[in-house]
Write a protein that binds this ligand. Sequence first.
Ligand code: 13P
Ligand code: SF4
Length: 319
Amino acid sequence: EAEKSALKASIRDLLGARKAVLVAHYYTDEDLQSLAEETGGYVADSLEMARFGTESDAETLVVCGVRFMGETAKILNPEKRVLMPDLRATCSLDEGCPAAAFTAFCDANPDHVVVVYANTSAEVKARADWVVTSSIALPIVKHLASQGQKILWAPDKHLGHYIERMTGAEMLLWDGACVVHEEFKSFALDRVRKLHPDAAVLVHPEAPDDIVDQADLVGSTTQLIKAVAELPNQEFIIATDAGIFWKMHQIAPHKTLIPAPTAGEGATCESCAHCPWMAMNALQSLEQALRNGDREILIDPAIRQRAVVPIQRMLDFAR
Ligand code: 13P
Ligand code: SF4
């Protein structure tokens, strides 16, 4: 605890000295989420993280999350310095969609509008017509489908399939998945639901179909958090990364939150879902990133110029 307090004090000083602000995702450690809030920063889902960066007048954005979030911040704010606690914090969706193979897929389907999930590299975004996050994917695809457009979707096949089912859009899906959400087990979730028949089941759309099919509500991290506060239920079964519990407890302290199981044996937190790359964000790595000023996100200007177009299109649509 003493070490934690010393690290937090040092981070506060460094944030001031560097005119820096923290932007943290809900899946990061609660120490980082609380520090972001206490120091004038923000805790958010991917879409709000992108928006917050553009509205902040800080000179440095410190993005606690995974690499695509830092890249999006840099693409939208080329004049700002963007630091991350650990530049190796990647995402299985990003890793599973290399730019060269993706470009070939697009080239082979030139009559499709290219929609990519935010969880991709800057190079992949540079080839896209639209970028979407989980909170805005449905309305954007609905809009495109209403214009009669056929959609090439990458990289998350589960999110893509969910959107395809909800909108009836004609979609070609890349074969990628989130290793964290793929771990939820449908038969185990079914068992937990039977033990808690009054609980509402909240599911992130990166989860596979057989988990989504058991949901009372499917949504982005922010949408799931809002549901805990707004739905009348007292109990919730949550099928997403366990980092989200901190904010859910904060806004609805009297509600009971039950993690959806990732293995066959019940819902203990030993079997909770937690992203290994989000876990690379720690007080220590954050302090070092701020102290040394290295661990900086840099984007090739030619890539940035193209990648900003589909991201800005998403932000304008969301407005
Ligand atoms: P949200 O945009 O819903 O926060 O999701 C981001 C993410 O990486 C989920 O795994
Ligand atoms: Fe990527 Fe899944 Fe981790 Fe989100 S939880 S950053 S989608 S690997």
